[in-house]
Ligand binder design. Structure first.
Ligand code: GLC
Length: 541
């Protein structure tokens, strides 16, 4: 793995919600370009761009209809080239989102495949109905539906692990892999620095037999991190990735530490890093719809397991699929600011490459909507439909969807206190959170005590500290409220103390304060509510 990818901090942009430049209510590439200096100032070294390709937007760009072009809503290929150029000037590298488990059903490959055009018949996973007329198997999709859709044109069903407008590609067909290689070369030759690889461990379906009986995600055992999947990744690495100075991070659903090690083993040559999900279970049972109370103990256990499992980690608390961390793991009310800074202390002091999601650096919170009609997310809508089928009343459906909907993270970026938070002069595609007059970039940029300034300082401290970047990780405490860990490198060490509660908590350590989210310079053994502190050469007292 490239050293630059270890040393830099990644910032994820969800283009649709970042910055609109032409008043159509949708973020775009010129908008991103205009904000690059802002990100440079924060200390960002890599940007991950969520998909910017042409897409019917059934899943906001994760359903791609042309992999080597730009969605006209976002601009042109010239805009993309200008963005790459400006980023190069500022020494910021750009990762593209590689979504290759599925395409849009409007992609020409699918159109040709459904028409059985020669050469394209097997680009997707087609099956006839069962002899009894039933669906080809009993699998269920990630988006709370069956995962087979009947196509009138072809007279067969196609498999879709996600929305029905996202047919799965058939990786048993070597031509599909060749197409993917060409797409990757196209972007790497344009100067992108690598890929975030969407649901990259479900590409290969070993068999299409019925899955074990389970209420959700039936069929998983037939396609999750299969040997065939490792072979695909090895081929992409050997043929393409190894030829470029680039970095990959795989979104690997339900990945185990052993699988994570295999996927990132340099000798095998597959991916550089993976996103694991276990810490996201600190407030849920396996899937997001089954919420439970956030537990520091569970959170700490997941961190301990993963921080030590892999040679190198990726660390994140938010992305475009997860609710806002300050609302989820801490307090977005009375202790909003403290909470955001405490979480920042953690994110930037774990071992691995940190990923900051747009708006996280100013402490953006979950949306303030009051009904499902205000949502756009296909996942939320499917879940609502499923729960309605099960006769759950509306208030209960909303209670389940509200804290979990992906739209929590997708509300427009809050730039300033002007109309629509400075995101657009038009009507935003998704409503802006009304707290934008209080929480926005402009209000925080020049305030040395703001959440954003704290992020900037933590990024700077990380960049100066080998201990924080390369040190080993050791969990010392994960109790009801307190999380404490040690980072150690070449005989030096730092302690990170985090209070996940609104009460003062005794944490009996002493040492020199490197940074405290409260701004204090001395530590007396008691953490303030939602305070985070890093101690140099800290010791237990
Ligand atoms: C990943 C993406 C998510 C998308 C899904 C299907 O999980 O992060 O946004 O809906 O893959 O592409």
């Amino acid at each position: 793995m490239k050293q630059w990818a270890k040393d830099r901090v990644v910032y994820q942009i969800y283009p649709r919600s970042f910055q609109d430049s032409n008043g159509d209510g949708i973020g775009d590439l010129p908008g991103i370009l205009q904000r690059l200096p802002e990100l440079k100032d924060l200390g960002v070294g890599i940007i991950w761009l969520s998909p910017v390709y042409p897409s019917p937007n059934a899943d906001n760009g994760y359903d791609i209809s042309d992999y080597c072009a730009i969605n006209p809503e976002y601009g042109t290929m010239q805009d993309m080239e200008a963005l790459l150029e400006k980023a190069r000037e500022l020494d910021i590298r750009i990762l593209m989102d590689l979504v290759i488990n599925h395409t849009s059903d409007e992609h020409p490959w699918f159109q040709k495949s459904r028409a059985r055009e020669a050469g394209y018949e097997d680009y997707y996973i087609w099956r006839p109905a069962r002899p009894d007329g039933g669906l080809p198997n009993n699998w269920t999709s990630f988006f709370a539906q069956d995962c087979w859709e009947y196509d009138q044109v072809r007279g067969e069903y196609y498999l879709h692990l996600f929305a029905k407008k996202q047919p799965d590609l058939n990786y048993a067909n070597p031509r599909v892999l060749q197409e993917v290689e060409e797409i990757m070369r196209f972007w790497l030759d344009k100067g992108v620095a690598g890929f975030r690889c969407d649901v990259i461990n479900v590409l290969y379906k070993t068999s299409l037999e019925d899955g074990e009986k389970r209420p959700f995600l039936r069929g998983l055992e037939h396609y999750l991190t299969q040997p065939g999947n490792h072979e695909i990744l090895q081929k992409l690495h050997k043929d393409v990735l190894s030829q470029y100075d680039c970095f990959t991070v795989g979104e690997t659903v339900f990945v185990t530490p052993k699988q994570g090690r295999e996927l990132t083993d340099e000798a095998r040559g597959e991916l550089d890093t993976v996103f694991s999900f276990e810490h996201m279970e600190a407030d849920q049972y396996l899937v997001k719809w089954l919420k439970r109370k956030f537990s520091v103990r569970r959170f700490g256990a997941a961190l301990e397991k993963w921080q030590n499992a892999l040679e190198w980690n990726t660390n994140y608390l938010e992305n475009h699929d997860q609710p806002r961390s300050v609302s989820r793991f801490a307090d977005d009310g009375a202790y909003w600011e403290q909470s955001a800074k405490m979480l920042c202390t953690m994110l930037l002091s774990l071992r691995g490459t940190p990923f900051i999601y747009q708006g996280e650096e100013i402490g953006m919170t979950n949306f303030d909507y009051s009904s499902i009609d205000q949502l756009d997310d296909v996942e939320s809508k499917n879940v609502d439909a499923l729960l309605r089928e099960k006769h759950l009343p509306q208030w209960l459906r909303w209670k389940i969807i509200r804290p979990t909907s992906r739209d929590n993270a997708r509300t427009p970026m809050q730039w300033d206190a002007s109309a629509n938070a400075g995101f657009t002069t038009g009507t935003p595609w998704l409503a802006v959170n009304r707290n934008y007059r209080r929480i926005n970039v402009e209000a925080q940029r020049n305030d040395p005590f703001s959440v954003r300034s704290y992020y900037k300082e933590m990024i700077r401290i990380r960049s100066l500290s080998q201990t924080l970047r390369y040190g080993s990780f050791k969990l010392l405490e994960a109790t009801g409220r307190l999380l404490v860990y040690e980072r150690k490198y070449e005989g030096r060490h730092a302690l990170v103390l985090l209070n996940f509660s609104a009460r003062k908590v005794r944490a009996g350590y002493a040492g020199q304060v490197v940074i405290a989210s409260s701004g204090r310079e001395n530590y007396d053994g008691v953490l303030l509510p939602y305070e985070g502190i890093i101690l140099n050469e800290g010791v237990k007292i």
